[in-house]
Design a protein around this ligand. Structure first.
Ligand code: ZN
Length: 319
């Protein structure tokens, strides 16, 4: 599943070709992906100029002249390929998933024109877990995918004071609280594991323990916010640089793995200097959590949260 940095890298790769271009024709080669294509999709897109390609959480937003927007989610195996006149295909932002060149899986084709030059942007998705939606002009606030999303982990809106209001009194584990898209939009499993490791916080520790009795963020929450923003920013930066490499070498990438400190490193030594811990894997809410049991110890003392004592059960690390 691509996470926010991957989607942002895809956006940056597609923007130079799509922004300012006119969609001569939106070609749908089947009636559905994960869900049926919305009614009126091609009519809304055909002949329209693309004003901008933006992103909200893990959704790409193709902003059309006139105010409508096309929302795209890559699902498990979706990728975009650019085919320009006289040039071979290029896939922006391919990460953990193998990219498919099999034309049977080319499901959506944007036929584009800009200043007399033609290009095709092809959406390929072997497993068809991706989906697209049409947002009418003025319909952004009510859109089912967008309306409940919290702040982006990339902008200034996300700060410790905000997270303190969301975490105060919560016995919910930090890992689960950070994955809640209503709290932070677009933050996924990999980067939550990484940010908690950097901060030295146990994934099972109650979210409310990072807020003091007056509702203010404790120092660890300040550090956690800095680390969330840093891991996302670094991953986006890595995606951008690897994208350039990719154009030259055509290798399969998977380069983010090399940068992980805990994610997918079960049984390997902790990368924190002087730590003797070995990375452990546990399962929280159906998702694999990776952490170091030595330097990410849960706070031992029970904390009073909104008048009730949080006992050992909530603070224990699941193994
Ligand atoms: Zn460690």
């Amino acid at each position: 599943m691509p996470e926010l940095p991957e989607v942002e890298t895809v956006r940056r790769g597609l923007a130079p070709v799509m922004e300012g271009a006119t969609i001569e024709r939106l070609e749908l080669r089947r009636p559905d992906l994960r869900f049926p294509f919305p009614a009126g999709l091609t009519q809304a897109a055909d002949g329209r100029r693309i004003l901008a390609l933006s992103r909200r959480a893990k959704y790409l937003l193709i902003e059309l002249e006139g105010g409508a927007a096309l929302l795209a989610h890559l699902g498990m195996s979706g990728s975009f390929r650019i085919e320009e006149e006289g040039e071979g295909g290029e896939t922006p932002g391919v990460f953990h998933m193998a990219r498919s060149k099999d034309a049977r899986h080319d499901h959506v084709v944007f036929h584009l024109e800009r200043e007399g030059r033609h290009a095709r942007v092809v959406y390929n998705d072997p497993r068809r877990f991706g989906f697209m939606d049409l947002i009418a002009a003025g319909g952004r606030e009510e859109n089912a995918y967008l309306r409940d999303l919290g702040p982006e982990p990339t902008g200034n809106w996300l700060d410790a004071a905000y997270l303190a209001t969301r975490f105060a009194g919560k016995a919910q584990p930090l890992k689960t609280a950070l994955l809640d898209q209503k709290v932070i939009a677009g933050l996924g499993n990999i980067y939550v594991c990484e940010a908690l490791w950097r901060t030295g916080l146990a994934p099972e520790q109650a979210a409310g323990t990072l807020v003091d009795g007056k509702g203010r963020p404790r120092p660890q929450l300040l550090a956690l916010v800095d680390n969330v923003r840093a891991v996302i920013a670094e991953a986006i930066e890595a995606g951008g640089s690897s994208l350039r490499d990719h154009i030259r070498t055509d290798g399969s990438l998977g380069y983010f793995q090399h940068a992980f400190s805990v994610y997918d490193r079960e049984g390997e030594p902790c990368r924190r200097p002087a730590c003797v811990g070995v990375v452990a894997r546990s399962v929280q809410a159906g998702r694999s959590t990776f952490h170091c049991p030595v330097c990410q110890l849960p706070q031992k003392a029970p904390h009073r949260l909104a008048g009730k004592v949080v006992g050992k059960r909530n603070l224990k690390i699941a193994r």
